[in-house]
Design a protein around this ligand. Sequence first.
Ligand code: SF4
Length: 443
Amino acid sequence: MTDRTSSTLEKQTEVGSYFVATYPPFSAWTAAAVEQDGKVALETPPVPGVPLGLYLHIPFCRKRCHFCYFRVYTDKNAQEVNDYLDVLAREWELCAAKPAIAGRPLNFVYFGGGTPSFLSTKQLEGLVGRMSALTPWKDAEEVTFECEPGTLTEAKLAAIRGIGVTRLSLGVENFDDQILELNGRAHRSPEIGRAYAFARSLDFPQINIDLIAGMLGETDENWQRCIERTLELSPDSVTIYQMELPYNTTISGNLLKGTGKFAQPADWPTKRRWVREGFEALEAAGYYVRSAYTAVKNPERTRFIYTDRLWQGADMVGLGVASFGHVNGVHIQNLDTWETYSEAVRQGNVPLSRAYRPTDEERFIREFILQLKLGSIAPAYFRDKYRVNVLERFRDQLDSLKAEGYLQTATDKVVALTRDGLLRVDGLLTRFFLPQHAGIRYT
Ligand code: SF4
């Protein structure tokens, strides 16, 4: 490979995973560990003081976006959706009876997907009524609900507010109708404005807008308009992801087969520049960059408990097909087909497909790399919790980050990335992996 080819490859948006969601990589989790570790973790009482969260996977969408890599269904009728919700509630009954979960208050709840707002008001209230009868979540610090703007009516938003949602996340992604169409999104720009106005009138404590830098068809001019439009709406927080191409997206499949149906998305330097410009515009408007993906208007008031807790090792039960969780120090994932998942729950079994029990060292690395996504970490946290001096443990890695211009400082008080480092943080994290995980497939 020539130097020119290798640098082109480094810049291009290649097919494959980029985003680091946890550690060790998912490909290290095994079916064999379900009995040995996953189920044992659920049967073990919790470590006192560890917060508990709940993730509900609602795997329905009106259309499948061409860049989507989640387990979602676009062909289920109302009865099938009702059946799924029934299984979800049943799964919670099974989990909530386990020694690891029983009697614990929920610190945070996250409705993700898929599209939670795909559910009708009746379906949503029915599900929440059943689940909260078992475990009330009125004292949860945060209840997040992901929405697709085109699925929202004023009445549905009022119901979402009524079930206790504190953080409403609008999957806007882009404000241009042609780009939304080109990428297979179901909603269009007029629906964004309507949904946002309804949501504001209902006084949600936090409204977040999601954008994606580098959707097919994106241009400099349009991206500027997206940022301007976002600022006009003035949400409490803005999350900007960089478009990536994991293997199971429609775009990836077509690119790998060479069908010519989709153009190559923008390269990484362009996407990073767009995020940088977005963050700079938000900062100029008074926002504060709190992580590699998110800017918030008021850091005192606007937090994101879900990531804060998970990145500090909280427990979380993930309900639904293919959902991920973390209980008593063990990673777990549910069965990933509709049939196997539903069948297992109907038979009264917790529907796990694979698990992994990280060693103490792996748990330390997991928290370190996830917290690095905030842009800085406090060495004292790792000294107190894991008895590890991160400056010594990661001396080589930190030196290499410094040499490449991605490390701003590394002292006893703080290890902080530069803005350049923050914008490419997921690409930097593998250097902290143990050797046995460095070269393996991530998912
Ligand atoms: S709305 Fe989200 S979950 Fe649904 S298809 Fe699009 S990217 Fe996937």
